[in-house]
Design a protein around this ligand. Structure first.
Ligand SMILES: Cc1cc2nc3c(=O)[nH]c(=O)nc-3n(C[C@H](O)[C@H](O)[C@H](O)COP(=O)(O)O)c2cc1C
Length: 212
């Protein structure tokens, strides 16, 4: 615990300035992610995904990030779920990463698209068998009668697949979230926090400081 507290203190003291950050926000995000892993933040790849539903209500939920590269961020879910319906309808989303031990958050505004089928196949094949059967069993976001109904579906699916390889359901796969803006936030003493906003400027990114 004391080590983590010291980490936070050091980051707060050092602060965040335009001269400290990488010109490419994905590289900067990767640096902060690596520091969150090194600081043993809980589930460092968990993020909040926010979407807008058909009535204009914002909807938020946690997801686990499965890849980050020059294309953007990738996560996996049920394509018939509420979130996927909202992603498909709007083509937009917001991501929020928080690494509280380091007193840091990153907001990312994104456009979204499905990942190529082959990527979803490869990731699905890498999942534990229980998770694969779980994906087939759960009509995610739909009302179900009770827990017993779900457990019975899992039993049925396990029997159906027997010892065979479990294929990826067509209703399950990945979303690629392609950033159009990033905000890096570093907590500082006396609420005088550092905020750096990246927005596209031709081929490059413009970086501006925002007031806390
Ligand atoms: C830490 C954490 C990680 C999660 N990761 C995922 C995930 O990667 N994929 C997923 O479909 N749901 C994940 N969930 C569950 C979602 O938060 C959510 O309950 C579910 O996807 C249904 O959301 P929807 O009805 O808005 O589509 C996670 C929940 C938590 C708390």
């Amino acid at each position: 615990m004391s080590d983590l507290a010291r980490h936070r203190f050091e980051y707060e003291t050092a602060g965040l300035d335009v001269g400290d950050v990488h010109a490419d926000p994905m590289v900067q995000w990767q640096r902060w992610f690596d520091e969150a892993v090194a600081a043993e933040c809980t589930e460092p790849n968990a993020f909040v995904l926010s979407t807008l539903d058909a009535e204009g209500w914002p909807q938020s939920r946690y997801l686990l990030l499965r890849a980050a590269d020059e294309r953007g961020f990738t996560c996996f879910t049920n394509y018939d779920s509420a979130k996927s319906t909202e992603l498909a309808a709007t083509g937009r989303a917001a991501m929020l990463f928080t690494w509280l031990q380091l007193h840091r958050q990153v907001r990312v505004t994104c456009t979204v698209q499905r990942v190529p089928e082959q990527e979803s196949d490869e990731y699905f094949a890498s999942r534990p068998r229980g998770s694969q059967i779980g994906a087939w069993s759960s009509p995610q976001s739909q009302p179900i009668p009770d827990r017993a109904w779900l457990e019975q579906r899992v039993q049925q699916m396990a029997t159906t697949f027997g010892d065979a390889v479990v294929p990826r359901p067509a209703f399950w796969g990945g979303w690629l979230l392609r950033p159009v803006a990033f905000e890096f936030w570093q907590g500082r003493p006396s609420r005088l926090h550092d905020r750096l906003l990246y927005t596209p400027d031709g081929e490059r990114w413009q970086i501006e400081r925002l007031s806390p």
